[in-house]
Unconditional design. Structure first.
Length: 426
């Protein structure tokens, strides 16, 4: 290897700055600066009573960030941390400034001039893993935490360490079994891998965004039901048929699931150009949906068109049937709809808000396919792939070292650049 290549390979990674507060206007914008030599890079742009290079880990400094000509950019508060006190294994400075868009942009420009590069939260997580500070399962969970929308999803991910620790323990058990020539470990690990694979579908469904479409004839109460599920008076409710002519989407949490709920135009024969277009969009939404909810007026007998709509939805994928307006009394034919349609309907009154909880539970069950995800379940495609690899190793009688290697990749407690790349590109 040439001297130039050797020097490049051993060169320290660039110093980064990463905005860790939410983008956009706010009271305060906070950045994490990460790398080596941060004090020497930033000091020429800082006016403060104390020099950064003389700070102890955890010290707070108030100062002003300035341009090369001394013009003030913004007032800042900084906290310096040595490499022993950071998750990445590099020095860090936490910098907080005013959160206005102009102020934050000027601060970022100054950091670029100081020789730092713009980074992302994923860059910090990658550095933490490569420095053996953060297991891969935790990296996966923290990346997903920045994307999920509900408290239930976040709670699940915050418990992800249970999955990593359980497989660390399995790896330890296999290693100890090899030392004692004990063979029963194969069945234990095989059962654990199969169970984890089975449970992963529900966990991954929990973390997914879902599209649920309300469909049905006009005046069935779809918009009233949409208002109940979204807990907002967003959808126009009227006794005039055809009031909803376009698809109206609302993002909502249903049983802790991230759901985009679509209220669509009522289905009926019409000559109106606008209403026909609304129904075309409704049909397109049905084809792309995760779940279709057919809303009928349960106080009336279902029509042939209602039955055809239910049959059509069933051919497209998971579907539910709602018998709305049960406060008016359910029609005898509607009560027998479960037998005819092959789907047990949910009876409720959107007007009185009676029975909506039953519908939410039915939506949850349909989207999670009856699963009950819990912390400790596998939750990424990478994890499932490695669980299948472990399962295959045992079923095919491969060497024990192959099983241990696969478990090590799964838990990711040591630096694994190839596995990290899979995580970062997922």
């Amino acid at each position: 290897m040439s001297a130039r290549k050797s020097a490049a390979a051993s060169a320290p990674p660039p110093a980064l700055f990463v905005r860790v507060s939410a983008p956009g206007t706010g009271g305060i914008a906070t950045y994490v600066l990460d790398g080596w030599g941060l004090a020497s890079k930033l000091q020429p742009y800082l006016r403060s009573k104390h020099e950064l290079r003389l700070c102890q880990s955890g010290d707070l400094i108030f100062g002003r960030l300035v341009e090369r000509n001394g013009a003030i950019i913004d007032e800042v508060v900084l906290s310096f941390l040595t490499s022993n006190d950071t998750a990445t294994g590099f020095e860090q400075i936490e910098l907080s400034c005013h959160g206005g868009t102009g102020s934050a942009r000027a601060v970022e420009d100054a950091l670029l001039l100081a020789g730092l590069e713009r980074g992302t939260g994923a860059d910090l997580l990658a550095r933490a893993h490569l420095n053996n500070k953060l297991p891969l399962v935790t990296v996966e969970a923290q990346l997903l935490l920045t994307r999920v929308a509900t408290a239930r999803q976040a709670e699940f991910l915050l418990g992800a360490a249970a999955f990593q620790k359980s497989w660390e323990r399995f790896g330890f058990d296999v290693a100890m079994a090899l030392r004692s020539s004990e063979a029963s470990w194969r069945e234990r690990i095989l059962v654990a891998a199969r169970n984890a694979i089975d449970a992963s579908a529900g966990a991954m469904a929990l973390l997914r965004s879902h599209h649920v479409v309300l469909t049905g004839p006009v005046n069935a109460g779809k918009s009233t039901l949409a208002n109940r599920l979204t807990r907002a008076d967003k959808h126009i409710v009227s006794a005039i048929p055809g009031t909803t002519r376009d698809r109206l989407d609302s993002r909502v949490s249903i049983a802790g699931l991230d759901v985009t709920l679509s209220d669509t135009a009522g289905m009926r024969d019409t000559e109106g150009v606008i209403e026909r277009e609304g129904q075309r969009r409704a049909h397109a939404a049905l084809e792309a949906a995760s779940l279709r909810v057919v809303v009928l007026d349960g106080s009336q007998a279902p029509t042939e068109a209602d039955l055809n709509l239910i049959a059509h939805c069933k051919t497209l994928g998971p579907s539910l049937v709602v018998l709305n307006k049960d406060d008016l009394g359910l029609d005898e034919s509607a009560e027998g709809l479960g037998f005819l349609a092959g789907i047990e309907p949910v009876a409720l009154s959107a007007h009185r808000e009676d029975g909506c909880a039953k519908l939410e539970a039915a939506i949850e069950s349909a989207l999670l396919q009856g699963a009950t995800p819990k912390p400790g379940d596998a939750f990424t495609a990478r994890q499932v792939s490695l669980l299948n690899e472990i399962k295959s190793c045992i079923e095919n009688g491969w060497e024990e070292t192959m099983v241990i290697r696969s478990i090590s990749k799964l838990a990711g407690t040591r630096s694994l650049p190839e596995q990290l790349q899979i995580v970062l590109t997922a």
